[in-house]
Design a protein around this ligand. Structure first.
Ligand code: FPP
Length: 259
């Protein structure tokens, strides 16, 4: 265990990776398939990606599968994505369970088809004690909706304004115990956050890769992880080097002071 921690420290594996799985439509077009064909092929990539992340020691993987804005797509595509989610659960949750995957859901289940809700809840129940990796499917998820839902609940509960700080606010998010993503990867080459994990991504590192989601594999994952381990995360402060340089120049590093 200690050896594992040292390894994680020296290669700096992100504890939580989140992925915006983009490019299914373009992949389908390039392969002469309808858009839903791209989404279907995209689902076949879930298992290998989860496995590679788990092999590298990633503890949490969040996958953006359907945003609150995706409702504006043609009804046939929306219905198809819902059908695909149901099929993924039917076909893959037992195998995920056997691989030690804990499945979680991020977003709003209420209002979705009752059968689909039942399937999601069953998969969560089946895998709830697994420890190898937690895979959170963001489905019917929107970052702004999540923040607004939190505010509504805070107001409804009559929480005094003086007691709301970042930690208190976090308790009202959809998955309060999930650590913030260290690394957010977007496939398909765009450079947008698209309403994904707005609160939680305040200090995440970003990595955009041109590969479309269905082709995203080991090589890209390892590139993203390598890029992450080169990044110097400062969380708004100074990096260790700047701090040292300032010290050597005789300027003491700033101490925490009250505002
Ligand atoms: C974005 O590609 C992708 C989605 C809206 C859906 C992602 C879904 C999957 C990978 C499969 C389903 C997974 C689960 C867990 C149900 P796009 O359609 O925007 O592609 P484009 O930018 O090339 O048009």
């Amino acid at each position: 265990m200690a050896e594992e921690n040292t390894k994680q420290e020296s290669t700096r594996i992100p504890r939580h990776v989140a992925i915006i799985m983009d490019g299914n439509g373009r992949w389908a077009k390039e392969h002469g398939l309808p858009r839903l064909g791209g989404h279907r092929v995209g689902t076949e990539n879930l298992r290998p990606v989860i496995e590679i992340m788990a092999e590298h020691g990633v503890e949490y993987l969040t996958l953006y599968a359907f945003s609150t804005e995706n409702w504006s797509r043609p009804l046939s595509e929306v219905k198809g994505l819902f059908r695909i989610l149901g099929q993924v659960i039917d076909r893959q949750s037992r195998a995920m369970h056997e691989k030690g995957v804990r499945i979680c859901h991020l977003g709003i289940l209420e209002g979705l088809d009752a059968k689909l809700q039942g399937k999601v809840k069953q998969a969560l129940e089946l895998t709830k004690n697994n420890k190898r990796i937690t895979v959170c499917i963001a489905f019917n998820y929107g970052g702004r909706a999540e923040i607004l839902d939190a505010v509504r609940r805070i107001v409804k509960e009559g929480v005094p304004s003086g007691s709301i700080n970042e930690e208190a606010f976090r308790r009202y998010l959809y998955s309060p115990d999930m650590p913030d993503p260290d690394l957010i990867i977007r496939t398909g080459g765009e450079m947008r956050i698209s309403n994904f994990l707005l609160w939680q991504s305040a200090y995440s590192e970003y990595f955009s890769v041109p590969t479309y989601w269905p082709d995203f594999g080991r090589e890209d994952i390892e590139k993203a992880l390598a890029a992450f381990s080169q990044r110097q995360r400062r969380f708004g402060g100074l990096g260790p080097e700047e701090t040292r340089r300032k010290d050597a120049a005789g300027h003491p590093a700033k101490r925490a002071v009250s505002p």
